[in-house]
Design a binder for this molecule. Sequence first.
Ligand code: HEM
Ligand code: CA
Length: 172
Amino acid sequence: GCALTAQATLNFTHTVTGQPLDLSEASPDGRDTEAVKVFLASGKNIYVENVSCLPKGKDLFLSMCSGCHGHYGEGKIGPGLNDAYWTYPKNMTDQGLFETIFGGAQGQMGPMYGALTLDDMLLVMAWVRHFYKDDPKEAVWLTPAQRANFTPFDGHNDHTPPVEQAPVCQAT
Ligand code: HEM
Ligand code: CA
């Protein structure tokens, strides 16, 4: 019942069942950011490798995901998210990763649409892409320019500032 200006032009489907996802189930908050608009129209996440936005994504990951996937996505009761192997190859695309987070997968991997806004999901996704530790050549989710500049993540050498000390997250 609220005015939604962000319109999906892509079709989003559940990672396990392939059924269409209903994006209107997401919170009305965090729907009309520039990043959400671009993402719903193109499947591109403009927060990826945006240094100003990584601290927020890290914060969200630590509160919502790390309990199952490990502090830096190294894997725990859920699979590692920091390497080049994906149970569901579609998670190598930002659209696929979004679909898995929004709609969930099997077992403990429940849907996140009730807990995170669409904008939050894009922020978490940017952090997941950032803590990738394997060969940048396999990071097909990055643009060629991002891939050329990407340094595999090292959790022992994480210089991400806390949110309070980070620049304002701005979509660029
Ligand atoms: C699977 C992300 C929260 C447990 C996955 C996958 C992704 C993901 C991308 C698929 C990995 C692949 O294809 O290899 C996230 C994110 C979270 C989150 C970003 C927070 C927003 C959680 C939580 C739990 C959990 C809180 C436990 C309660 C699992 C399990 C799987 C999984 C067990 C395997 C499911 C399957 O293979 O179908 N997660 N997850 N995740 N996650 Fe999460
Ligand atoms: Ca993995």
